[in-house]
Ligand binder design. Structure first.
Ligand code: NAP
Length: 320
């Protein structure tokens, strides 16, 4: 691929935010070049049915929705590279982005690399994703009406998800590897007082059961103090052990918080470098929804478009 032209915009990331930014910049005639990543589609590729994205009244499978997002952007001329960006240089404009030895340049960059829910790291967990194993209670709780579920984690997310799940599930086990919590006391207290929630402490999930039948049937727990193991029957497992933003490439260049999330000027997608924008979960650890990421991607596209227009205007005024 040619790398000598300076593009108007490069988008890094291929989830709801990146694809929406690609759609809007393509329709604004900015001819976006989008590095969607080797694992394009983002977190929606490991979810089950998406029932909360407006416009899909019957629900839609995550991967199918991402294929449609991508296709819609492509229809207006967005160009995709299914590869991971390996290096960036935002120290001067045009900004530079590399995939291996190939260098690409652009007047603006929209970073939409998202975040990943941390996984426990079990083979059985991976096999049963979308078949009982979930990483988002807001997305999937409704599939567990009157079912028994396990939530893993001891932080605010685990407490919040366990409490939210009680609206649907008949019983919620909250499994945590220690007997002390990272979560704020008020959140722990709320969960402890909920009669549907049962705390299982000093316990780690060492296996998700049900791989043979392709549907989760329970979890195997190991007592972290005695090493003793036991099986706990359950229909769902919500892994709530934190998220990691995909920001390793940008930490030197862009302002970020202590957890690595990129910082933007409130109400905009502007980072600390004019012309570099951050959208979606890479800068949002609060909402983390496909629809909010898509909205944020739209903001990034409009911000990039306005930034370029202002640059062109300033250049024209300087010439006159
Ligand atoms: P977190 O605070 O980092 O907590 C992660 C929890 O998962 C910890 O209890 C940790 O156990 C456990 N864990 C990590 N790796 C594990 C593994 N491999 N196996 C088993 N357990 C594991 O993450 P979070 O709960 O997602 O919260 C992230 C941030 O968002 C926090 O700052 C939190 O306050 C904030 N938040 C706020 C709210 C709210 O205020 N409404 C809601 C959600 C999140 P250890 O404690 O043993 O390390």
């Amino acid at each position: 691929m040619s790398s000598s032209d300076v593009r108007e915009v490069i988008i890094i990331g291929g989830g709801p935010a990146g694809y929406t930014a690609a759609l809007y910049t393509a329709r604004a005639n900015m001819k976006p070049l989008a590095f969607e990543g080797f694992n394009w589609g983002g977190q929606l590729m490991i979810t089950s049915e998406v029932e909360n994205y407006p416009g899909y009244p019957e629900g839609v499978m995550g991967p199918e929705m991402m294929t449609q997002f991508r296709g819609q952007a492509e229809r207006f001329g967005a160009e995709f590279v299914t590869d991971d960006v390996t290096k960036v240089d935002f120290s001067e404009r045009p900004f530079r982005v590399w995939v291996g030895d190939d260098e690409f340049r652009a007047e603006t960059v929209i970073v939409a690399t998202g975040a990943n829910a941390r996984q426990i790291g079990l083979e059985s967990e991976e096999k049963l994703q979308g078949r009982g194993v979930s990483y988002c209670a807001t997305c999937d709780a409704a599939f567990f009406r009157d079912k028994v579920v396990v939530v893993v984690g001891g932080g605010d997310t685990a407490m919040e998800e366990a409490t939210f799940l009680t609206r649907f599930a008949s019983h919620v086990y909250l499994v945590h590897r220690r007997d002390e919590f990272r979560a704020s006391p008020i959140m722990v207290d709320r969960a402890q007082r909920d009669e549907k929630i049962e705390f299982v402490l000093n316990s780690a999930v060492v296996e998700v059961l049900g791989v043979e039948g392709n549907m989760m049937t329970g979890v195997r727990l190991r007592d972290t103090k005695t090493g003793e193991e036991r099986d706990l029957p359950a229909d769902g497992l919500f892994v709530a052990i934190g998220h990691d933003p995909t920001t390793a490439l940008f930490l030197d260049a862009l302002d970020h918080d202590e957890n690595g999330y990129l910082v933007t000027v409130p109400g905009t997608s502007q980072t600390n470098i004019p012309g570099v924008f951050a959208v979606g979960d890479v800068q949002d650890h609060v909402y983390r929804q496909a629809v909010t990421a898509a909205g944020s991607g739209c903001m990034g596209a409009l911000d990039a478009e306005r930034f370029l227009a202002a640059q062109h205007q300033a250049a024209a005024a300087a010439k006159a």
